[in-house]
Design a protein. Structure first.
Length: 476
């Protein structure tokens, strides 16, 4: 397509999640005429039904767990009973208020993002969009609606996200059989929630609801929870789960979930059943790419329906880009935002430096958290890359002892020759914050000596990062 640079370039974005939002702001910054089409609200599912509400719920669960374990630090909670005798109070969670708060926060975040887009000059349309060939988008007020507008575009950025995968014999009803988008309708902590799926989503909600006081059974089709993560980190989390009283069922594949008189019954592949009051189906997601005109416009899709893109988020059609969970890349909000910016800059001719997926830091918000970046220990052990691994337990960290932390570790990976930092794993409270130092080292190819020379506060959990770096010092 030949651009007419005497007029503003027209950028149309389908979906206002993290990727679409970042793309809209970036394109507007470069002077484009930007239209963003979003069906549910600015921020998309990430803000309204996924990341923001789930992490708010997890923050509440962390606070509740902190109260429960405060006695380990010598803090005791008592009320005066009859005859001034001390009685230990129960910690109660008002889930209706928790969910009201987190949905309000999500709504406020969406509103603030909308104001930011408006201030940047982005035209935000509430409706359903689909491609009409590679150079136009049709917008309707409802799926398949007859009232629509046709918007011509020089560039189209598709950021339509993904939705929870649903099993044929476990249809969600929003009351007892739930997806993660439906949990926020609950008014009471479930008596016994069965979580099907031990990936990131399943593990996070299992951890949160156990801390909130629910009985939890985690059904894992694999031999270990979090099968795609660092094996030692997954072992720590599974051990914490079991010690908390959670029932973990390894090698158990769920094939059906149905209502019962008392709640729900989950049927496993071996014929055994698990009963509970509620069931959360956390069995993956599917991209929202069906019936929006992608194939008709010539866009190549992967077998699972995600858009095949290159390192600047460009699809097989030069003026169409795919970002976020609907594209064949890492399903992280941070990645979606980076893709959105990259797509906008590339489409409008600005300088771009494609990001390296290997350097993306990721986090699992269990208790404790698991944060990772770079090459893994498994890849080193398999010979995919040559490297060294050093792990230090948090039990050795003085600040961790002061805080009553006994579960977790810091692990660094480096090259064998120059001792350049190539990866890291942190299992700890707030690992999502601690991993940033390691991510910087990986991104900028710092050596372990570079990391060790930086001053870590004493005492601090970050001190374990410098300790691990010193242990990997190369002796000539």
């Amino acid at each position: 397509m030949a651009f007419d640079f005497e007029r503003k370039q027209r950028v149309v974005i389908l979906g206002g999640g993290p990727g679409g939002y970042a793309a809209a702001l970036s394109a507007a910054q470069l002077g484009a005429a930007v239209t963003l089409i979003e069906r549910t609200g600015v921020g998309g599912a990430a803000v309204l039904t996924d990341v923001v509400p789930s992490k708010t719920l997890i923050a509440t669960a962390t606070a509740a767990q902190g109260l429960k374990t405060a006695t380990d630090l010598g803090v005791q909670f008592f009320v005066r009973g009859h005859g001034d005798s001390p009685q230990r109070p129960e910690i109660a969670v008002n889930l209706a208020e928790v969910n009201k708060r987190l949905l309000n926060l999500a709504g406020e975040q969406s509103h603030d993002m909308g104001l930011t887009l408006k201030a940047a000059g982005v035209n935000v349309i509430s409706g359903h969009g689909r491609l009409d060939g590679p150079e136009a988008v049709i917008v309707s007020t409802a799926p398949g609606g007859t009232d629509f507008d046709r918007i011509e575009a020089d560039t189209v950025i598709v950021s339509v996200g993904a939705s929870p995968r649903v099993l044929p014999d476990a249809q969600p009803d929003g009351e007892r059989i739930l997806t993660w988008t439906q949990l926020y309708n609950l008014t009471q902590v479930p008596e016994h929630i069965v979580v099907v799926g031990s990936g990131v989503t399943g593990a996070e909600f299992a951890s949160a609801y156990r801390a909130l006081g629910a009985d939890v059974t985690l059904v894992s089709s694999r031999d270990q929870v979090l099968p795609g993560e660092d094996a030692e980190a997954a072992t720590v989390i599974e051990d914490v789960f079991r010690r908390s009283g959670m029932a973990v069922l390894p090698g158990a594949r769920a094939v059906k979930a149905e209502r019962s008189a008392a709640g729900v019954v989950v049927t496993l592949a071996d014929g055994k059943t698990v009963s509970g009051s509620h069931v959360l189906m956390a069995v993956g997601s599917i991209p929202n790419t069906a019936n929006i005109g992608l194939a008709e416009a010539g866009v190549e899709l992967a077998e699972d329906g995600r858009i095949r893109v290159n390192r600047v988020a460009r699809s097989s059609v030069p003026n169409i880009y795919g970002v976020g969970d609907c594209s064949a890349t890492m399903p992280l909000a941070s990645v979606a935002s980076m893709q959105g910016r990259t797509a906008a800059f590339h489409a409008l001719g600005d300088a771009v430096e494609p990001f390296n997926e290997r350097n993306v830091a990721a986090n699992i918000f269990t208790q404790p958290e698991i944060a990772t970046v770079g090459w893994s220990q498994a890849e080193i052990e398999s010979g995919t890359i040559r490297g060294l691994v050093y792990k230090i337990s948090l039990e050795e960290n003085p600040r961790a002892k002061m805080m009553g932390i006994s579960d977790g570790f810091v692990k660094l990976m480096s090259t064998t020759t120059s001792r350049t930092v190539i990866g890291g794993v942190i299992v700890a409270p707030n690992a999502s914050e601690l991993i940033y130092a390691v991510a910087l080292a990986v991104e900028h190819r710092l050596t372990v000596d570079d990391v060790a020379r930086a001053f870590a506060i004493y005492p601090s959990l970050t001190g374990s990062i410098t300790d691990a770096a010193r242990a990997l010092h190369k002796v000539d």
